[in-house]
Write a protein that binds this ligand. Structure first.
Ligand SMILES: *Cc1c(COP(=O)(O)O)cnc(C)c1O
Length: 385
């Protein structure tokens, strides 16, 4: 089976890991953690180092807590996301409020977001923004860089400023993304979070990072990830988390960061090959790529908005039989068992597209001969259907 997206690990990662072993610096203090935080902060366009975390999910959790999301609050987020976005909101004690995506970018729809805030929220006597029907405080917006494609951050951050609420961007697969040339930390979010899970653009084995432009806030994120410890003794000034990245993870991450440009180039080359070839197949469309954005092409594959579901399912089964690891993508949050009761708006675009998206193998080390095989199998299966 040609796998969907697997890590690209080489000698540089091995050499850094050997250095950790030789020095016994394997835990959450070590030179690679600092180097990695600097490299990620710089790539994100911040003068401040990132705060490296044990996972993207834990990075999101601590980011929500740091921007002031409290138990009982609502956080506006797209239903079309990986479940970790909603889970991190829940871990903070808050409730996701699910909004539809824009069919052109598969990211949260700013017009629908604006209409929802306008129609369903009001300020109480203290000036706190609340959802009218349940009285819950609306604390933040959490847009998602779907498959590494930027959401319309200028519109979202303008809305957040109007309503005076925080923005925590889930940029899990978006390291390297740009809007109008600007890197992620400059997109207007209060904080943005990357994931370095094994299937992302770069990996630390597992891991995450929080980036931002606000020095005090990032210092608080760092403090919260390290058990909120003050000074060398066992003094902790609030209930913190043990969410730090280890030196072992960061050792892999540093090697991966030095290869980021090559990985992004490989992703983009595969995406372009698939998009160019599959436009010849009636009913298939390329994954979104807005003119105002540079996305990371984390995943690329088949989008068949006009194909009947039966025909699509048959084609996908045939591709799997042919050894191509193609699978359905994120089942939206409102269709997940733990989230059936959370507030949601009209999700017609989400409902429409999610069943029609099938990522194809696109690892950064996917060899041209294997790319050719994926392409010829897709052409064979869809021309027959
Ligand atoms: C991968 C991913 C996460 C979670 O990151 P982990 O490092 O696996 O915890 C969160 N959100 C999105 C959109 C993702 O793709």
């Amino acid at each position: 089976m040609i796998p969907l997206a697997v890590p690209n690990i080489g000698d540089a990662e091995g050499a850094n890991l050997a250095e950790c072993v030789a020095s016994s610096m394997v835990s959450s203090i070590g030179p690679f953690v600092n180097l990695f935080e600097e490299a990620v902060g710089e790539e994100a366009g911040s003068a401040l180092p990132a705060v490296a975390t044990s996972a993207g999910t834990t990075g999101l959790h601590v980011a929500f807590v740091a921007v002031g999301v409290r138990p009982g609050d609502l956080v506006l987020t797209p239903s079309f996301t990986f479940i970790a976005t909603a889970n991190a909101i829940s871990h903070a004690g808050a409730v996701p409020w699910l909004i539809d995506v824009d069919p052109d970018t598969w990211t949260i729809d700013p017009a629908k977001l604006s209409a929802t805030l306008e129609a369903e929220c009001e300020r109480d006597a203290n000036g706190t923004l609340r959802r009218r029907d349940c009285g819950r405080r609306v604390a933040a917006i959490s847009p998602v860089y779907t498959m590494g494609h930027p959401p319309d951050m200028p519109a979202i951050s303008a809305l957040a400023a109007d309503y005076d609420i925080a923005v925590v961007s889930d940029a899990a697969a978006a390291i390297g993304a740009r809007i109008g040339g600007a890197p992620i930390a400059a997109h207007g979010a209060t904080l943005s979070v990357f994931s370095f899970n094994g299937n992302k653009i770069i990996t630390c084995g597992g891991g995450g990072a929080v980036v931002g432009m606000d020095e005090k806030l990032l210092a608080r994120v760092r403090h919260l990830t390290t058990t909120a410890r003050r000074g060398p003794g066992y003094d902790h000034d609030e209930i913190g988390f043990n969410y730090r990245m280890t030196n072992l993870q960061a050792a892999v991450g540093c090697a991966q960061m030095s290869r980021l440009d090559a990985f992004l180039a490989a992703k983009r080359e595969i995406a372009a090959r698939y998009a160019n070839t599959f436009t010849s197949i009636r009913g298939l469309k390329p994954f979104p790529s807005a003119a105002w954005a540079i996305d990371t092409k984390w995943l690329s594959g088949i989008f068949a908005p006009d194909l009947p579901e039966g025909a699509l399912a048959k084609a996908v089964a045939q591709l799997r039989e042919a050894g191509i690891d193609v699978r359905p993508f994120w089942r939206p949050i409102h269709l997940q068992k733990p989230y059936q009761m959370v507030p949601k708006e009209n999700l017609s675009a989400t409902e429409e597209i999610w069943r029609k998206i099938f990522p194809l193998p696109c690892s950064t080390n996917l060899q041209p001969v294997d790319q050719d095989r994926v392409i010829s199998e897709v052409l064979r299966v869809f021309h027959n259907s």
